[in-house]
Design a protein around this ligand. Structure first.
Ligand code: PHE
Length: 454
């Protein structure tokens, strides 16, 4: 292992950081609404199967590459396959990370605005339309979302500048467990609302008639996005793991926490959506236009409780988004400082500058730049589609094919079993290797083609 390279201090730190990256906006707004569209529990079953058979092998592939080399994406490929095109291909995954953090921080910024609105008791209208209108107005008005995007990105970069141990690890160790406490509190509140039963039923009723090819692809894609795969996040975090850390246990643990959080978030959001009588399939705006309505209505009779839950809710979203965005920035910072010899501060400043500009364009695409279309999508939608539909699949394919077909079986086995000392990992190695070599690449190719043609 390279000298002076930082590592996470303990297994708890590793899992907190990995789970912190995995748990984010994908769990809180995307998951509940995809569940609704995709036939409730039927979608959850497909999501679960894809997490185990598809996402976990990609996760483990990234982990194996990162931990073997203790390098960031570019350096890792350069070390394992010097003089080949792999390292250039891997740069695309680093670029993907930069694009995700750009538009992710726009949505992260919205949560800052809504946290401020909660603190100033601004949800004081009892018409669902008015609350929806408030959201539309907020994202379209250019200055406030731009300011919030800047603050969110700034906070992210400050944590990253702190370093692996003093920045990322310290933040994740406190906030990841806190997120679970917060989401459980909100879930209890949500399921006890009048009319919430319908939402609970919506979450658990399997309706297989809604399952189409597109739904299967979206469940697989969600498993991908939710576990932060294909953009080098898992690779770089694993490169900060100690050599005797158990790769399978940390990967499996992260997947379980991520899944648990998604389910909790589903039960926190969906019952409230039904209690408010709002259409569940409205996409990114869902949580911003639904929950404030509930808070506003409740505020008429119980203003303090309403304010408290509303603050907790938007704080949860903000913190969940931050623990994810720091991991995206770290991918690029790790690469720049390793390859270009830049200081952490300078590398982070570069990432801030580029992500800020792209993010501003994304933010403005909800207002003044709304008419600028790239292949029929706004700038924000185009960035999201490019990353979630194509670049993440590309990254997943790159990592699994590299581990399954380019690295030697022995090298993979040694890394996965810690030189044969982790007996349980030895026992499952053949199955895992088969999943990495055949099942995952085929599954990813299916998602890719479905997204391209359906
Ligand atoms: N997993 C994060 C979420 O669910 C998103 C993410 C994608 C994070 C890619 C890092 C890298 O919101």
């Amino acid at each position: 292992m390279a000298q002076n390279r930082e590592t996470f201090g303990s297994r708890f730190a590793v899992v907190a950081a990995l789970a912190g990256s995995a748990i984010g906006l994908g769990n809180i707004w995307r998951f509940p609404y995809l569940v609704g569209e995709g036939g409730g529990a039927a979608f959850i079953i497909i999501y679960l199967l894809s997490s185990i058979f598809l996402a976990l092998p990609i996760f483990l592939s990234e982990s194996i590459i990162g931990r073997t080399t203790h390098k960031g994406t570019f350096g890792a490929f350069n070390q394992l396959a010097p003089g080949t095109g792999w390292k250039w291909a891997s740069l695309l995954t680093v670029t993907a990370s930069l694009i995700v953090v750009s538009y992710y921080s726009v949505v992260g910024g919205w949560s800052i605005d809504y946290l401020a609105k909660s603190l100033t008791l601004s949800f004081n209208t009892t018409s669902a339309d008015a609350v929806g209108g408030m959201f539309e107005k907020m994202i379209a008005a250019p200055w406030i979302p731009l300011l919030c995007h800047t603050v969110f990105l700034g906070l992210t970069c400050l944590i990253v500048i702190g370093g692996v141990k003093k920045g990322i690890e310290r933040f994740a160790k406190i906030t990841t467990p806190m997120l679970f406490v917060l989401i459980v509190l909100i879930m209890i509140f949500s399921v006890s609302l009048p009319g919430a039963g319908e939402g609970v039923r919506y979450m658990i009723h399997p309706d297989f008639s809604k399952v189409t090819g597109k739904v299967v692809a979206s469940a697989m894609g969600q498993a991908f996005f939710s576990l932060s795969l294909g953009v080098g996040v898992i690779l770089i975090y694993s490169s900060y793991m100690k050599d005797d850390e158990n790769i399978f246990e940390t990967g499996f643990g992260t997947a379980i926490f991520d899944l648990m959080f998604a389910l909790l978030a589903g039960f926190a959001v969906m019952p409230a959506v039904f209690a408010a009588g709002i259409e569940p399939g409205t996409g990114p705006g869902l949580i911003f236009s639904t929950l404030p309505y509930i808070f506003a209505k409740m505020g008429l009779t119980m203003p303090w409780l309403s304010a408290a839950v509303s603050i907790l809710f938007f704080l949860t979203i903000l913190v969940a988004a931050l623990t994810s965005s720091i991991s995206m920035v770290e991918v690029v910072v790790g690469c720049l400082s390793e390859e270009k010899g830049m200081s952490r501060k300078k590398a982070t400043a570069w990432v801030f500058a580029v992500a800020w500009v792209i993010g501003c364009l994304c933010s403005l695409s909800f207002g003044p730049l709304g008419d600028v279309k790239i292949l029929g999508s706004t700038i924000f939608e185009a960035c999201d589609k490019l990353v979630s539909n194509y670049l993440m699949s590309f990254g997943g394919l790159l990592f699994t094919i590299f581990v399954g077909w380019k690295m030697s079986r022995k090298a993979v086995r040694d890394e996965f079993t810690c030189g044969g000392t982790q007996k349980a990992n030895c026992a499952i190695f053949n199955v895992v290797y088969f999943l990495i070599k055949f099942v995952a690449p085929i599954g990813i190719a299916v998602i890719f083609l479905t997204n391209l043609f359906l």
